[in-house]
Each structure stands twice: as C-alpha cells, then as structure tokens.
Design a protein around this ligand. Structure first.
Ligand code: 6GU
Length: 242
C-alpha cells in the first residue's frame, strides 16, 4: 500500500519510523511518504493560510496551495482523507475498508481548517474518492495526530504486518462487537492480587466462557451503546441470561 501524508509539520509524522509501522515500511509492505505543504507555496513567506471570508476567529488554509500539492500527490484510484473534527467517525470498520486500498493521501489541516472547496474539487476528479474523518469528539490543533492514528490503525491490518494474525481476531472492536476481556500474565500473584483461577485451570471451555462473560460485562459497563447495537440473535441463550 502507498500512503502520502501532506502537512506543514512533517516532523510530527516522525513516529511512523518506529515500531510496527516502521517495520512495515522497512519490509516494503507500506510505501509511506511525508510531504511539507510549504513546498507548494509560491511566495517569499511560504504562506499557507489567510483570514476567513465572512469573518470570525482564526485562519483558513488556502485552496490554491492545497490544490497544487494534491494535483501532484493524488493519482487515479487514490483515496483523499481529510482529518477534521467535523468528519465521520473513524472506526475499525473504516480501517478494515481502507486497508484494502492501493493509495491513501492524508491532507492534514491546521488552524480553522482547509477551504471547503478543496474537498469539493477533488471529489469531482474521476477515480478519486474523498472522505473527511474524525478520531473522536474532541478538538485537536491539526490533523497530524489523526493521521498517525489512521496510518497505525490501517497499517497493522495489512497482510504480513502483524506477526501472528490470530492476535487480530479477538480484539476490542473486532467482529464480535464487544470490548476485549482482561488479560493476565506471570506472576500469578502480584501486589496481593491473584490471576483469576479459571485461567490457571487449563479448562479451555470454561476459559472461553469466562472470557466471553468478561467481554460482555465490560462492554455493558463501559460501552452500553455497543451492546445495544448488537443483533440479539447473535447473543446466545447463556449470554442473554447473564
Ligand atoms: Cl481528525 N482533526 C482535528 N483537528 N481534531 C480532531 C480530529 C481531527 N478528530 C477529533 N478531533
């Protein structure tokens, strides 16, 4: 997969050299390129923003600078992703869909955002899709952290990136629609706290039942919205009685 990120703070994306995403890049599974938006400015001050039409606080990013940048970076079949707190929520389902694509381009806005004509213009380009996404209901100073989140969420789903694909199966926000159960390792007693006995029993059916119960309890307490969204037919008789 190819991913281009355009930002006025390319150094913000430096962590993508590290850990799992860094390894995916080194292994050639992810072709990630970070660009400085100011490379597409034409004035001496390398201006990327101006005051908003209609008045109001803050600055808006100019469409002409973004237009030149994206004309260079977007090719046919690319998906343009615009991080913004007013975008559609980024979910595990979104990440799964994006992980099947050939080319993602993330355009990181700053200030009060990017002139709205940029999304409108590139959406009319044949072969290009445009999506505005948010990583949660809070406000960040710019799209860079959201771009980091997006790239990590997508890169770990690319074939060969996560060593053991089974570790993708039972996780929170996976297919079951539940949060993950709590996990434990050695030592069996720590800080006066014991690992739940069932996990030391070697009884695989009981362990599976306990984990399912814990996932249901956690989801009910922390994310009742997720539990309510589940198809009741998918909860077995035992689950409904719990
Ligand atoms: Cl994607 N961008 C910004 N600037 N703030 C956000 C966000 C994105 N998602 C939540 N807050």
């Amino acid at each position: 997969m190819r991913v281009d990120v355009v930002s006025i703070f390319p150094d913000y994306l430096a962590p993508l050299d590290l850990s799992l995403v860094g390894k995916a890049r080194a292994a050639g599974l992810l072709d990630l390129r970070v660009h400085d938006l100011r490379d597409w400015t034409t004035d001496r001050h390398r201006t990327v923003d101006d005051t908003p039409f209609g008045g109001g606080a803050g600055m808006v990013m100019r469409p002409d600078v973004w237009g030149r940048a994206l004309d260079d970076v977007l090719d046919d079949g690319a998906h343009l992703l615009l991080p913004t707190p007013s975008g559609a929520p980024l979910t595990q389902r979104t990440a799964e869909a994006l992980a099947t694509e050939q080319h993602l381009v993330v355009a990181c806005g700053r200030y009060e955002g990017i002139d709205a004509r940029v999304a409108e213009h590139f959406a009319t380009r044949p072969g290009v899709r445009v999506s505005e996404f948010s990583i949660g209901d809070y406000v960040l100073n710019g799209g860079e952290v959201a771009a980091l989140v997006l790239v990590e969420a997508v890169a770990r789903l690319l074939p060969g990136v996560v060593g053991n694909p089974e570790s993708l199966v039972e996780e929170s926000h996976g297919a079951a629609g539940l949060l993950e159960y709590p996990v434990y390792t050695k030592p069996p007693t720590w800080a006066d706290l014991d690992v739940p006995e069932v996990l030391l029993s070697g009884h695989h059916a009981r362990i599976a039942r306990w984990r399912r119960d814990q996932a249901l309890l956690r989801t009910a307490r922390r994310r009742p919205d997720m539990l309510a969204a589940l198809d009741p037919a998918e909860l077995d008789a035992h689950d409904r009685a719990t």
